[in-house]
Design a protein around this ligand. Structure first.
Ligand SMILES: *[C@@H]1O[C@H](CO)[C@@H](O)[C@H](O)[C@H]1NC(C)=O
Ligand SMILES: *[C@@H]1O[C@H](CO)[C@@H](O)[C@H](O)[C@H]1NC(C)=O
Ligand SMILES: *[C@@H]1O[C@H](CO)[C@@H](O)[C@H](O)[C@H]1NC(C)=O
Ligand SMILES: *[C@@H]1O[C@H](CO)[C@@H](O)[C@H](O)[C@H]1NC(C)=O
Ligand SMILES: *[C@@H]1O[C@H](CO)[C@@H](O)[C@H](O)[C@H]1NC(C)=O
Ligand SMILES: [Zn+2]
Length: 719
C-alpha cells in the first residue's frame, strides 16, 4: 500500500532541511515567495535540448538501485567508513573523474554502554527499552556494529539519577516557560520531545537551565496522518513509524560552529593544535528514546506539576496517550548511565574533478556519505546513489558527444557530516583561498529521497535556475496526472524556496560567500513515515515504502544533472542577481516589522540605503549582461561572469557574527536557538531577540555592519 495522495497535505515540508526533517518550526520569519500566477506555464512533455535529453535519459533505476543497495550494507559511521570511501572514489574514477581520498584526523566520541532505568513512586525499578528491535524482514537491522547502538554523538558520558521534568521541544522559551510556571529543572533530568530546534541545542538548553541529563523522545504527534493510532500498521508491516524506532544524531552546538570541535577555523591535520571544546559540547549525558518507551514515562507524570493544556504552548502536547504534564512526580525517577570513549580518528572525504575550459570557474557538488547506522538509505545514501549515477550520465554525455564543460566540475563525498558537518568544514578551511577565488556555486545533496515531495532551499540568485530547471524533469509518482518536478514542488511547498540555515554541508560554503542550493525530496502528512537517523532507515524501507522502483531517485538525479549542466556550460552564468535585491527588500520588511513588534527603536536607514544601492548595481550588472550578449563580446561576458561568481563574497563579515566567528554571512545564518532554521539579517535580528533591558545597541551596530556587507557585494556588481 502506498499512500501518496496529492490532496490533504501542505503545511508540512516547507524548507529543504536535508539532515533536518523538521517541518513545523521552519521559516518563522522568512520570506514567502510570491506564488507564480501562471501556475501551469511549463510545457508538457518538457522540451529538452539534445544534450539535456542525453543526460536525462542516462538515469537508470536499475543501477541506482544497485548503488543504494551497496551503500545500505556498509559501516559508514565516521571513523569506520574508509571502505565505502574507496568504493565511491573507484566508481567516480570509472566514470571519468579524477578522484582521490582526502583525510582529516578528527575528534569523535563513541558509545561503550548505555542504560536507562525507571523508578516509580514506590521505589520499583524497571529497564526502559532503549534498543531498536532487530527486524527479521530487514536483515541489516541485526548487524553487529558500534553504529547500531543507541547513542547521541558527542553526548557526555556519565550517570544521572533524578526526578524528571517534561520540557516540550526543549527550546529556551520552553525552559523559560517552566521557570515562569514555577517548575524547576535544576538537578532534574529533562524529558524533551524531538522536533523544532536541532537536538544539540535541546541538550544545551537543558544544561543551561540546570538539568543533569537529557532524554529526547520521538512523538507520533509529529507524524502527520500515517500513525498507528490512525490505523496504519507500523514498519515493517506498514507505513507508520515503528514504535521502537529511535532518532540518533549529533549533540554538537551547531549554531555556535560546525566542524571538528577541536580545530575551530583551521583544518584537522594530525599535527594540528587542539582547542578547548567546552563551548560546543555538553557536559551532561543525553540519549534518544522511542515513542513506545516515552509513553509510560509521560504517563507517570500525569497529575504532577502543570498539565500540558495549562502550559498552553504550541507543540507542547503531542500524540501519545498522556496529558503532557510537566512533573516532576515525587519519587518518580530516571537513572541514565552512559559510558563513552573519546577518539581521534581518520575520516575520509572523496574529492572528484573534471576540468573545464575556464580554469578559474568551478561548480561544486557535495553529498555526505557517513551514517549513524549500517543503512542510511534515505540519509544520505539516496544522495550518494544519485551522485554516482550523475557521474555516469556526465560521462555518457562526454563520450557520446565530445562535450567538455566550460567550467570545472568538482565533487565532494563528505565524511563525518553527521557529527557536525566535519568533512566539508575541514575541507573548506583547508581550501578557503582557492574556493574564494574560483567557486561559482555549491550544490548540496543529502537526503535526495525520503518521500515524493520535492523540496528546495537556496540563495536568491539561484532561485530562477532552480525552479525553471524543475520544469524540465518529469515527476514519477506524485499525483494522478502527468506532472513535472516543478508542479510537484509547487504543490508541496506553496512555491516557497527555503532560506538556507544549517543542517547540511552547504553551510561552510555559504558562510564563505558561495552561491548555494540544497535539493531533495521528502514525505508529507500522508506519505509513509521515514525513519530518520534510525536503524530502520534501510534499503528494505526505501525499496518497499520510500521509493519502490527508484524512480524518485532518478528524477532527483536528472534535476541535478540539468542544474550542473547549465551552471557548467552556459555562456553567461545562470545567476539572477536582481532577485537577490528583491529578497533583501523582503527580509528588510520582515525585520522592520519584527523590530517594531519587539519595541526596538532601530535606525534602519543605512540598511535601507544599502539595499537600494544593491538593487541599482544588480540592475546595472544585468544590463551589462545584455550588452555582452548582444555584442557577442567574449571579454565582456567574462567580466559579467566574474561579477556573478564573486558578488556573494561581499556579504562575508570579517570576524563573523557575535560570539560565533564561523558564521560570517550578514544576510542569513542558522538561528542561535534553532540550529537548522534560518534567521535573516542574523546580527540585527538576534541583536533584537537577545537584547537585555531594552538595550538594542548590538542590533544597531549590526545595522551598520550588515549594510556595509551589502554595499561591498553591490560594489562587486557595479559597473
Ligand atoms: C511495586 O512493588 C510492590 C512490591 O514489590 C508491588 O506490590 C507494587 O504493585 C509495585 N508497584 C508497581 C506500580 O508496579
Ligand atoms: C492558551 O493561550 C491562548 C492564547 O495565548 C488563550 O487564548 C487561551 O485561553 C489559553 N488557554 C488556556 C487553557 O489557558
Ligand atoms: C586538469 O587541468 C590541470 C591544470 O590545467 C592539469 O594539471 C590536469 O592534468 C588536468 N586533468 C585532467 C584530468 O585532464
Ligand atoms: C501524459 O502525457 C503523455 C505524453 O507524454 C500523454 O500521452 C498522456 O495521455 C498523458 N496522460 C494524462 C493522464 O494526461
Ligand atoms: C525499474 O523500473 C521498472 C519500470 O517501472 C520496474 O519494473 C523495475 O522493477 C525497476 N527496477 C528496480 C530495480 O527498481
Ligand atoms: Zn544527512
Amino acid at each position: 500500500m502506498r499512500t501518496t495522495q496529492v490532496s490533504a497535505l501542505l503545511g508540512l515540508a516547507a524548507g529543504a532541511a536535508a539532515c533536518a526533517p523538521d517541518f513545523n518550526s521552519l521559516l518563522k520569519r522568512t520570506h514567502r515567495q510570491p506564488l507564480s500566477l501562471a501556475k501551469r506555464d511549463e510545457q508538457w512533455p518538457p522540451v529538452l535540448s539534445e544534450h539535456e535529453a542525453i543526460l536525462v535519459n542516462s538515469f537508470d533505476n536499475i543501477t541506482i538501485d544497485q548503488w543504494s543497495y551497496y551503500y545500505g550494507r556498509q559501516d559508514k559511521l565516521a571513523g569506520f567508513g574508509k571502505e565505502a570511501a574507496e568504493w565511491t572514489r573507484d566508481q567516480w574514477a570509472a566514470n571519468g573523474f579524477d578522484a582521490h581520498l582526502n583525510e582529516y584526523n578528527v575528534f569523535l566520541r563513541y558509545p561503550i554502554s548505555t542504560s536507562l532505568t525507571f523508578t516509580d513512586a514506590e521505589g520499583n525499578t524497571s529497564e526502559v527499552n532503549i534498543k531498536e528491535d532487530v527486524l527479521e524482514e530487514d536483515e541489516v537491522t541485526g548487524w553487529d556494529a558500534v553504529s547500531q547502538q543507541t547513542f547521541l554523538g558527542y553526548a557526555a558520558g556519565g550517570s544521572a539519577s533524578a526526578e524528571y521534568v517534561y520540557a516540550g521541544r526543549g527550546s529556551i522559551d520552553d525552559f523559560q516557560a517552566l521557570v515562569d510556571l514555577g517548575v524547576s529543572v535544576e538537578g532534574k533530568i529533562a524529558l524533551i520531545r524531538y522536533g523544532g530546534l536541532f537536538r544539540g541545542l535541546k541538550v544545551k538548553n537543558a544544561q543551561d537551565f540546570g538539568a543533569i541529563g537529557a532524554v529526547i523522545f520521538l512523538d507520533p504527534g509529529d507524524d502527520g496522518e500515517v500513525t498507528v493510532a490512525n490505523g496504519y500498521a507500523a514498519y515493517p508491516d506498514g507505513p507508520a513509524r515503528n514504535p521502537n524506532a529511535q532518532q540518533k544524531g549529533s549533540t554538537l552546538f551547531l549554531s555556535t560552529r560546525p566542524g571538528d570541535p577541536t580545530t575551530p577555523g583551521y583544518p584537522s591535520h594530525k599535527d594540528a593544535p587542539r582547542a578547548d571544546i567546552s563551548d560546543v559540547i555538553s557536559r551532561i549525558p543525553a540519549i534518544p528514546i522511542s515513542y513506545g518507551a516515552a509513553e509510560p514515562l509521560l504517563q507517570a507524570l500525569q497529575g504532577h506539576g502543570v498539565s500540558g493544556e495549562q502550559v498552553n504552548r504550541t507543540n507542547w502536547v503531542g500524540g501519545l496517550d498522556a496529558g503532557y504534564f510537566t512533573g516532576p512526580a515525587p519519587g518518580v525517577k530516571l537513572n541514565l548511565d552512559t559510558e563513552v570513549e573519546d577518539a581521534f580518528k581518520d575520516v575520509h572525504n572523496v574529492i572528484g574533478w573534471i576540468n573545464g575550459t575556464e580554469s578559474d570557474e568551478t561548480i561544486f557538488i557535495g553529498n555526505h556519505r557517513d551514517t549513524w547506522m549500517i543503512g542510511g538509505n534515505g540519509d544520505p545514501n539516496s544522495g550518494s546513489a544519485v551522485l554516482i549515477e550523475f557521474t555516469k550520465a556526465l560521462n555518457h554525455l562526454r563520450t557520446t558527444t565530445g562535450w567538455q564543460p566550460k567550467r570545472n566540475i568538482a565533487l565532494g563525498s563528505w565524511d563525518a557530516e553527521e557529527w557536525g558537518l566535519i568533512g566539508s568544514t575541514e575541507w573548506v578551511e583547508e581550501h578557503d583561498v582557492w574556493l574564494t577565488e574560483n567557486l561559482v556555486a555549491y550544490l548540496n545533496l543529502d537526503v535526495a529521497v525520503s518521500g515524493p515531495r520535492p523540496n528546495l532551499g537556496g540563495t536568491p540568485e539561484l532561485h530562477k535556475l532552480a525552479t525553471e530547471t524543475m520544469k524540465k524533469v518529469i515527476h514519477p509518482s506524485f499525483g494522478a496526472f502527468n506532472q513535472t518536478l516543478y508542479s510537484a514542488w509547487e504543490e508541496a511547498s506553496g512555491g516557497l524556496v527555503g532560506v538556507l540555515g544549517s543542517g547540511s554541508d552547504y553551510t561552510p560554503f555559504l558562510h564563505r560567500g558561495v552561491s548555494s542550493l540544497d535539493i531533495g525530496s521528502s514525505g508529507g502528512r500522508t506519505d509513509p513515515i521515514w525513519h530518520y537517523h534510525s536503524n530502520y532507515d534501510t534499503y528494505h524501507w526505501m525499496a518497499t515504502w520510500g521509493d519502490p522502483g527508484f524512480h524518485l531517485h532518478a528524477s532527483q538525479g536528472q534535476y541535478l544533472a540539468l542544474l550542473v549542466y547549465h551552471l557548467a556550460t552556459d555562456d553567461i552564468l545562470p545567476i539572477d542577481v536582481p532577485n537577490y535585491a528583491v529578497e533583501l527588500r523582503a527580509y528588510y520588511d520582515d525585520l522592520a516589522e519584527y523590530a517594531a513588534e519587539q519595541g526596538a527603536d532601530l535606525d534602519l536607514s543605512e540598511l535601507d540605503a544599502a539595499i537600494e544601492h544593491f538593487r541599482r548595481s544588480a540592475d546595472e550588472a544585468k544590463a551589462l549582461e545584455r550588452l555582452a550578449v548582444s555584442r557577442g563580446d567574449e571579454d565582456l561576458k567574462k567580466v559579467v561572469n566574474r561579477k556573478y561568481r564573486d558578488f556573494q563574497r561581499g556579504f562575508i563579515s570579517q570576524g563573523g557574527l557575535p560570539d560565533r566567528e564561523f558564521y560570517r554571512h550578514v544576510v542569513t545564518a542558522p538561528g542561535l536557538d534553532t540550529g537548522y532554521a534560518a534567521v535573516t539579517f542574523p546580527g540585527i535580528t538576534e541583536g533584537v531577540q537577545y537584547a537585555e533591558n531594552g538595550d538594542f545597541s548590538v542590533a544597531q551596530e549590526w545595522v551598520g555592519r550588515t549594510a556595509r556587507g551589502i554595499v561591498v557585494a553591490a560594489d562587486i556588481l557595479k559597473t
